[in-house]
Design a protein around this ligand. Structure first.
Ligand code: MSP
Length: 640
C-alpha cells in the first residue's frame, strides 16, 4: 500500500465529556501514523477535532446550566489543550460549529438532494439520545432500552428528510468485496458485510425536536429542521479540507485511513461511504476500527469512578512510555485492559532492559575500550549475519504499520534489540579485547550502534522525544534524510563519540497512581450535574411540583421496569405516568400512596404509552425510594 498523500483522521470527539483513555488511544495511533508518513516524506495531513451538535450536547450544557455554545467552547478547548500537551501533531483541529464546516454540510445536503438521494417523509421510531440513533423495535432490549448503550430510548415521531441509503446496498457490498483492506481488521469487515446484506433502510437525516445543529440550506425554506448529527459529523472529514468553501486541500482526499473505535464502525463503514457516493467523491482507502479499553478487567464508566484519565497516566509514567504501552499491549481491533502493573512491566522490561540498557552497554563498552569512539565501517565484515537478520526484520515493519498492526510492528521492531543483546553475550567483547581483537570489538560496538540507530528511527513515530535522545547519543538526527540513509540504503553510521548519561527509562518499582476502588455502578443517577450550578429561586419555580395520589396501577407488559400509573393531582382527570419503579414497588405497594409529581414535564412516550409527568424518587446502591409527603396532603398541593 503506497500513496504519496497521506490524510489521516481521528473521530471528532463529542463535547459532552472530557477525554479519557479511549480518546487518547485513537489519537495516539493516528499521531503515530502521521509522524511515520512525514518521516518517509509523504505529504501528510492529520485531522482531529470535536463534534459539537445534537441533542446530547444540548442536554449536557443544560444540565450544567450553561449556554450550549459556551459549553461546547469550553470542552472543545479542553480536548485541544490535552492534545497540545500530548504533542499530538495534528494539522487541523476542526469543530463542527466552525462556519466553514456548516457551509460544507449544507452544500452536501443540497448536492445529495439534487442527485435524487433525499426525500421528505414522516418518521416514527425509538430514538436513543446517547447514541443519537434510531433503532427498530426488534433490536431494543426489553422493548425499550438501546441495544448499543443500554440507556432508555424514547419514541420520536417527526417529519424528516430521508437519505436513500437502501439505494447504496449493492454498491457498498461491491466496495467491501473489491477492497479487502477497506475495513481493518478484516474480521470487522465481515461483520459490516453481514449487516449490509441484512438490508438497509433509508436514513432519517434531519430532526425537528431540537435546535442545536446545522440548519437546512436556505433554498429548502424549512427552518424547523436541523441536519442529523451523524451526517453533520461525518462530513467533517471533507469540510476540514475545504469542501464547500476553499477546496485547495481537497487534493488530500480520499483519506488514507479513518481511525475509529469499533462502536462507531457502522456509521463510518455504511453511512459515510454512501454519503460519499451520493456526493460523487472517492471512498476512503481504509477504515481502522480499534477495540475497547477496560480497567483492571472492568468496563470503564463515570458512575463506577474507574475511568482512566490519560493526563494522569502520562504525568505519572511519562507520555511516551504510555504511548508505547498502548500500542504494544493490545492487538489492533481487540479489546485491551489498562492496569498499572502491565504498564510498569512494559516500561521496565521492553523499554528499560531491552532498549535503554543496550544504549548504556554501548556507552560503557565504547568508553572503556575506545575512549568513547564508535566506528561502524567493519560491521559488515564481521557481523554480516546479524546485520542481515536485523535488516530482514526492519523491512517487514512498514506494511505492518499501515495495516494498523501496531503491536506486531513493535514486536518485530524488538527483534533487532534481542539480536544486539544476544550478540554481546555471544561474542563477549570483554574477552575479545583481552585477546587483542580490537577490530572485532569495535565492529561489535558498531553493530550495536547501527541496531540502535535503526530501531530509534523506526520507533520515532511512537516515541519522538526518547528516540531523538538516542539518536543524539549516536551522533545523528532523525529526519527523512537519515531515514533514507540508514533504513532504505543501509548506509553505515558516521563515527561518533559516546558520553556517559542517565538511564533513559529508569526502573519503576511500584504503582505511581493511587488505585481508585471501582464503586458500585450508580447507573441511573446520571442527571446529577458534575459541578453544582447555583440557580435563582425563579428557576426553581419553573418546575411545577405537586402532591398526588396513585389511584390506579398496572404492570406494563413485557417490561421489567415500568408500571403504568394514574395519579390524581387535583385536576379534572388523573395524569397517566409511566414510572420505572417496578423493581422496587409492586402494584399493591404503590396503589393509594401519595407521591410527589413533576407536573409540567413535556409528555413523553415510553413503550408506546404516553407519560404525563414524573415521580420524585431517590436511588442509591440499596435501591430506589419514592419521595412521599410526611403527612397526607390534598391532591394538587404545590411543593415548594
Ligand atoms: N462524535 C462521535 C464520532 C464522530 S466521527 C465523525 C463519537 N465521539 S465519542 O467522543 O463518543 O467517541 C470517540 C471515540 O472514542 C470513538 O472512536 C470510541 O470508540 C472511542 N472510545 C470511547 N470509549 C472507549 C473506550 N473505553 N476504549 C476505547 N475507545 C473508546 O463517537
Amino acid at each position: 500500500m503506497s500513496c504519496h498523500k497521506s490524510y489521516i483522521t481521528t473521530p471528532i470527539y463529542y463535547v459532552n465529556d472530557v477525554a479519557h483513555i479511549g480518546h487518547a488511544y485513537t489519537t495516539i495511533i493516528a499521531d503515530t501514523l502521521a509522524r511515520y508518513a512525514r518521516l518517509i516524506n509523504q505529504d501528510t495531513f492529520f485531522l482531529t477535532g470535536t463534534d459539537e451538535h445534537g441533542q446530547k450536547i444540548e442536554e449536557a450544557a443544560k444540565n450544567r446550566g450553561k449556554a450550549t455554545q459556551e459549553y461546547a467552547d469550553e470542552i472543545s478547548a479542553k480536548f485541544k489543550n490535552l492534545w497540545d500537551e500530548f504533542d499530538i501533531s495534528y494539522d487541523k483541529f476542526i469543530r463542527t460549529t466552525d462556519k466553514e464546516h456548516k457551509i460544507g454540510v449544507q452544500k452536501a445536503f443540497s448536492v445529495m438532494y439534487q442527485n435524487g438521494d433525499i426525500y421528505k417523509d414522516k418518521y416514527k421510531g425509538h430514538y436513543c439520545i446517547s447514541c443519537e440513533a434510531f433503532f427498530p423495535e426488534t433490536q431494543l432490549v426489553d422493548g425499550e432500552f438501546c441495544p448499543d448503550c443500554g440507556k432508555l430510548t424514547s419514541i420520536v415521531e417527526e417529519e424528516s428528510y430521508f437519505f436513500r441509503l437502501s439505494k447504496y446496498q449493492d454498491k457498498l457490498l461491491e466496495w467491501y468485496r473489491d477492497n479487502p483492506q477497506c475495513i481493518l481488521p478484516k474480521s470487522k469487515r465481515n461483520e459490516v458485510i453481514r449487516f449490509v446484506e441484512g438490508g438497509l433502510n433509508d436514513l432519517s437525516i434531519t430532526r425537528t425536536s431540537f435546535d442545536w445543529g446545522v440548519k437546512l440550506p436556505k433554498e429548502f425554506n424549512d427552518p424547523k429542521h436541523v441536519i442529523y448529527v451523524w451526517l453533520d459529523a461525518l462530513m467533517n472529514y471533507v469540510t476540514a479540507l475545504g469542501y464547500g468553501t476553499d477546496e485547495a486541500n481537497m487534493e488530500f482526499w480520499p483519506a488514507r485511513v479513518h481511525l475509529i473505535g469499533k462502536d462507531i464502525l457502522r456509521f463510518h463503514a455504511v453511512y459515510w461511504p454512501s454519503f460519499l457516493m451520493s456526493l460523487g467523491l472517492p471512498l476512503p482507502k481504509h477504515i481502522g476500527a480499534h477495540g475497547w479499553w477496560t480497567r483492571n478487567g472492568e468496563k470503564m464508566s463515570k458512575s463506577k469512578g474507574n475511568v482512566v484519565n490519560p493526563k494522569e497516566v502520562a504525568d505519572a509514567y511519562g507520555l511516551e512510555n504510555f504511548r508505547y504501552f498502548m500500542l504494544r499491549e493490545v492487538p489492533f481491533g481487540g479489546d485491551g485492559d489498562f492496569s498499572q502493573r502491565a504498564l510498569i512491566d512494559r516500561i521496565n522490561s521492553d523499554l528499560g532492559n531491552d532498549l535503554g540498557n543496550l544504549l548504556n552497554r554501548l556507552i560503557g563498552m565504547s568508553g572503556k575500550y575506545f575512549d568513547g569512539l564508535v566506528e561502524s565501517n567493519l560491521v559488515k565484515e564481521f557481523y554480516r549475519k546479524e546485520l542481515d537478520e536485523v535488516n530482514s526484520s526492519i523491512s517487514k515493519l512498514e506494511p505492518l504499520l499501515f495495516e494498523l498492526q501496531l503491536h506486531k510492528y513493535l514486536e518485530e521492531l524488538w527483534r533487532p534489540l534481542t539480536i544486539a543483546n544476544r550478540a554481546i553475550d555471544k561474542y563477549q567483547p570483554w574477552s575479545m579485547i583481552k585477546e587483542g581483537k580490537r577490530d572485532e570489538t569495535m565492529a561489535l560496538n558498531g553493530l550495536i550502534a547501527t541496531i540502535l540507530a535503526k530501531v530509534s528511527i523506526m520507533l520515532h513515530a511512537v516515541m519522538p522525544k526518547s528516540t531523538n535522545i538516542i539518536a543524539n547519543a549516536l551522533g545523528f538526527e532523525i529526519n527523512p534524510k537519515s531515514f533514507n540513509h540508514i533504513i532504505r540504503e543501509d548506509k553505515i553510521l558516521a563515527p561518533f563519540k559516546t558520553k556517559k548519561r542517565e538511564p533513559l527509562f529508569p526502573r519503576i518499582e511500584k504503582e505511581l497512581l493511587e488505585e481508585k476502588k471501582p464503586q458500585e455502578e450508580k447507573k441511573e443517577i446520571k442527571k446529577e450535574p458534575k459541578t453544582l450550578t447555583l440557580i435563582g429561586i425563579d428557576k426553581f419555580f419553573e418546575t411545577s411540583l405537586k402532591i398526588g395520589t396513585v389511584v390506579e396501577a398496572k404492570e406494563v407488559k413485557k417490561s421489567k421496569k415500568l408500571l403504568l400509573l394514574q395519579v390524581d393531582i387535583g385536576e379534572d382527570r388523573p395524569r397517566q405516568i409511566v414510572a420505572g419503579i417496578k423493581e422496587w414497588y409492586s402494584v399493591d405497594d404503590i396503589l393509594n400512596k401519595q407521591v410527589c409529581v413533576v407536573a409540567n414535564l413535556k409528555p413523553a412516550k415510553l413503550m408506546g404509552l404516553k407519560s404525563e409527568g414524573m415521580l420524585l424518587a431517590a436511588k442509591d446502591s440499596s435501591g430506589l425510594s419514592l419521595i412521599i409527603p410526611e403527612k397526607p396532603k390534598v391532591n394538587g398541593t404545590p411543593i415548594s
